[in-house]
Ligand binder design. Sequence first.
Ligand code: SF4
Ligand SMILES: [Zn+2]
Ligand SMILES: [Zn+2]
Length: 315
Amino acid sequence: MKCKKCGSKAVINMRQHKLGLCCDHFLQWFTNQTQRFIKKYKMFEFQDRILLAVSGGKDSLALWDVIHRLGYKADGLYINLGINHDTSYSQRSMEKVKNFAHDQDLKLIIADIEEMEGASIPEAARFTLRGKDKPCSTCGITKRHVMNHIARQGEYDVLATGHNLDDEVAVLFGNTINWQMGYLLRQHPVLESSPKGFIRKVKPFFRFYERETAAYAFLRGIDYIHDECPFAVGAKTIYYKEMLNQMESKRPGLKLNFYLSFLRAKEEGYFAELRAMHAEDFNLCETCGQPTSAPKQCAYCRTWERTRIAKSAIK
Ligand code: SF4
Ligand SMILES: [Zn+2]
Ligand SMILES: [Zn+2]
């Protein structure tokens, strides 16, 4: 396969675009496309202060690399979840992020959950769920809360995450087969801020396939953590991704088309009535002041309060 731009050997063939490119032209294409998506979906401007959630994986570090090269101002936020039981996952991913920030001279904020709340994510899940489940729901609640809190506290204009198209399509697929209307309404690469205090959120990589962000990270020589979180094993989204990839192999472009058609349907107003039916009314948490759909205390404060009580009871 030859590069469509210069005729030299292609390093990647993107079948959904019928486009093969060499290393230099792929890096150029990937960077230009990122800029195009940021503009097209009005994600942020050069003067905006961006907080970028970085996990140490390929997507978030590739995103930090690209938007920095494009000239945007983005500080990184790493949330240390304390998932270290057998593979030192958090420790190793934090090292990758720290090294990247140091080498590129970028500002990194580290939020250490154990320092903030007195327990790691797996501990909190054990105390509150009594070991019946994985810590993913505790982890999700915590990450969303901490990202929003730090973005607001630091007066950032926007919070960016490195979700790629495979992530978004797997979530869309799960939400569709379960008809999760509330989630379908909220799924979008740009979520506006809310008057009650949700920061604006954007996903500049949402149109890239995972193999493209991986190729970018590899070709740029970015040192990222290759392992998934140990709790991701058996996750439904991984199963959906495998199925979607099987369909994509027979029908190149299926994943992209599925997601873009969903966005188009939203733009054309197909969800408007549902939006009115599912309009959520937010309150402010009496403990932390962040927006919540709960009447008094948000899920984050309830989770960590229960954790502290349970932990002190066994001391
Ligand atoms: S897989 Fe790991 S990082 Fe992801 S939500 Fe679950 S515990 Fe958190
Ligand atoms: Zn080329
Ligand atoms: Zn709260």
